[in-house]
Design a protein around this ligand. Sequence first.
Ligand code: GAP
Length: 513
Amino acid sequence: MNSNQDIFKKIVSHSKEYGFIFQSSEIYDGLSAVYDYAQNGVELKNNIKKYWWASMVQMNDNIVGLDSAILMHPKTWKASGHVDAFNDPLIDNKDSKLRYRADVLIEDYIAKIESKIQKEINKAQKRFGDSFDEIQFRKTNQRVLDNQKKIDNTIEQMKKCFQEDDLLALKKLIDELGIADPVSGSRNWTDIKQFNLMFSTKVGASSDSSSEIYLRPETAQGIFVNFLNVQKSSRKKIPFGIAQIGKAFRNEIIARQFIFRMREFEQMEMQFFVKPGTQSEWYKKWKETRMNWHKSLGISEENYRFHDHDKLAHYADAACDIEYKFPFGFKELEGIHSRTNFDLTQHESHSGKKLKYFDPEDNKSYVPYVVETSIGLDRMFLAILSSSFFEEKLENDSIRTVLKIPPFLAPFKAAILPLVKKDGLSEFAKKLYDNLKIHYNISYDEKDAVGRRYRRQDAIGTPLCITVDHDSLNDNMITIRDRDTMKQKRVKIKDLKSEIDKLVNISNWLSKS
Ligand code: GAP
């Protein structure tokens, strides 16, 4: 097992042990790809939502919020294309009986060649030291050139298969590349079949097919069908946006990697309605704005990159992902899509209702174009958990596990710890706790030695531990310990709130986003 997989395993078990995430229905052996957020997880998740909402809605006077229903009229999904085209191309291995997404098998093949190139680069870098020029090396080293050509050809062929909707050619490509089942090594594949990812259910008592409805596979359609309602009641002028946070459901076949790919998950989406012809300018702007939002969290910038789509969804004229370097590699965290006027035009024609905007500046009506930003809340949660998980060796050779979560997102902002329970320290500390809990989510802990209590708070990412000792009773001062540096300082109780505020106030981050 390589060390990244090892870390990922540790993160998964830490999430359970410290009350962040539990498997759904665990006592019945769990429900695959469905998870529950536990006492600390729900706090972190809510804080991520709050930050996204504040930076999208509160900070932008041309974006308003919405909370639309999960269940929608079934015609919505016919209009949006999800009934006909929201499919995964699946392939089965006849020997192992395992099922895979055909495009993922090819992408994994490409990733393997990419890592061969990276190995060559690392080797050369070691050999040439500071004088190493990577660009020149990529242009001249024959092995790198050959491998790069393989990658480019494969991408080109895969793109063509998807553009022409040619599943037979896609299967042929898998055979030609000699792609084997990653588990069994077998190359005995079935043909590729499309599989619709929407969950369906029935409305009311009737069981005929006309009562069939779907659990929404994206929150976006609730925004599209409400576009004119919101525009008219808010009197917003184009360009303006509608933001929403909510559950989405997909019958993912290959559900794996913990909360990365789930069947029930949450999205934070924003559709930005613009004048036709201006969409590429807004697409660029939102790409940049969203990347800055990620960077504002202070997570290492090397962990993020853009990935432009080769295979465009049926509704898009440009699309990219913001990828995050999860412990299992760079993967999609957020999508930014220029969705043209596809959705609104489709809803106009399927509903028979006009969804045009009257532009008072141009004195004409049109169906707006849409640029959307769509981030998976659970993936953002996993990104934060992965970037903040550290095992540090201390001076006494013991290991401390600490979550260095950005302080304003941490489940608890501070913990109050009386050094001992007796001598009036508990009472004093509880008073402090009562005063602070009006402002922040604060933890109170008086069990065990103070060192063990520090470790417990480190493990759930509490940025500050506030210790009340015997001197506190006389000098009205307490000791603050910083989670990341473990440094301690003595502070007057009257200055405590502003000390906490300095570290955890959301406005410090919003001003950077
Ligand atoms: N409205 C556009 C849309 O839904 P998407 O790329 O399919 O686009 C957007 O999904 C985001 O939702 C993804 O970037 C990802 O973060 C999240 N997401 C998608 N499927 C998911 C799943 N099965 N489990 C967890 N998150 C998922």
